[in-house]
Design a protein around this ligand. Structure first.
Ligand SMILES: C[S@@+](CC[C@H](N)C(=O)[O-])C[C@H]1O[C@@H](n2cnc3c(N)ncnc32)[C@H](O)[C@@H]1O
Length: 274
């Protein structure tokens, strides 16, 4: 990609390429988990899948519909949603590794006719107008260099009457320039306030029917992942290499600190006027 924004987009893709198989630390889900409260006994894996179900549940999907998953990761959420609702899903990611891994997982699950993925930029989706019944951006909008452009593209490829679901990290506290630099190392750019995000969504021509502030529901993810490194360090080191795991953990710790202290989590869902 040749523009300045395109270059940043490529760099985001490279962050994920580099992480590659370490996504298994998150059971292949690169999003936050959902816990109902402090005494919720759900494991990290269960909480991650639960979030997928909650987010996908807002799309009112019916069998045979076609969903575009903008920022599909390695396709774990897409495979789960396709199996549950009998929908076709086209995943988009700027990571070459994610696109290949999604295709590999879809083939292994025997659903490569339902779930496909390609490398493309969410700022310029390679689809005609109104091509999809539903659009999803599941923990990918935080990576957007130009959030308004992502949302306009999502709106453009959605058919009138189609539904959307978006999750985003929101700024709950004033983030210092140093905080912003820390989270940018993990491609979390310019967290908007909840109202700024809603204004961007509306500005893209989308109508919000549902808005959920799940900051308190997701925060345990940071502790659970940190505990995973603390308690499972040896197994992870055996699987991925001690130095690689240590470097990943070292990079993650300050990011989680800022997320825990300063970021919320918002789901917005709704439709494109018909
Ligand atoms: C945090 S991961 C979320 C993955 C997946 N939705 C999940 O829940 O497991 C963000 C995803 O968005 C993709 N992404 C980030 N910026 C992108 C862009 N400009 N265009 C396309 N994909 C992008 C990344 O490659 C990655 O697959």
């Amino acid at each position: 990609m040749s523009s300045a924004a395109g270059q940043e987009t490529d760099e985001v893709g490279e962050i994920y390429d580099e992480m590659s198989d370490l996504v298994e630390v998150y059971h292949g889900n690169i999003h936050l988990g959902y816990w109902a409260g402090d005494d919720d006994p759900a494991t990290l894996a269960e909480a991650l899948d639960r979030m997928t179900d909650l987010v996908a549940g807002t799309l009112a999907l019916t069998p045979g519909q076609h969903l575009v998953d903008v920022g599909c990761g390695v396709g774990v959420p897409a495979l789960r949603v396709a199996a549950r609702y009998g929908v076709r899903i086209t995943g988009i990611t700027n990571s070459a590794w994610h696109a290949e891994e999604t295709a590999r997982r879809a083939a292994a699950a025997g659903v490569d006719d339902l779930v496909t993925a390609r490398q493309a930029d969410a700022e310029a989706l390679p689809f005609p107008d109104a091509a999809f019944d539903a659009v999803l951006a599941f923990d990918s909008l935080p990576n957007a260099v130009d959030k308004g452009q992502w949302l306009r593209e999502m709106s453009r490829v959605l058919r009138p009457g189609g539904r959307f679901a978006i999750t985003e990290y929101t700024a709950e506290a004033t983030l210092t320039p140093a905080d912003r630099e820390v989270i940018a190392t993990h491609a979390i750019f310019d967290p908007p306030t909840a109202s700024a995000l809603c204004a961007l969504v509306a500005g893209a021509g989308l109508v919000i029917d549902e808005r959920r502030d799940w900051g308190a529901r997701v925060r345990r993810t940071y502790d659970e992942v940190a505990a995973l490194f603390r308690d499972g360090g040896e197994a992870l080191a055996d699987a991925y290499g001690a130095e690689r795991v240590r470097a990943f953990e070292r990079g993650l710790a300050p990011v989680f600190e800022v997320c825990r202290a300063g970021l919320g989590y918002l789901l917005v869902a709704g439709h494109k006027p018909g």
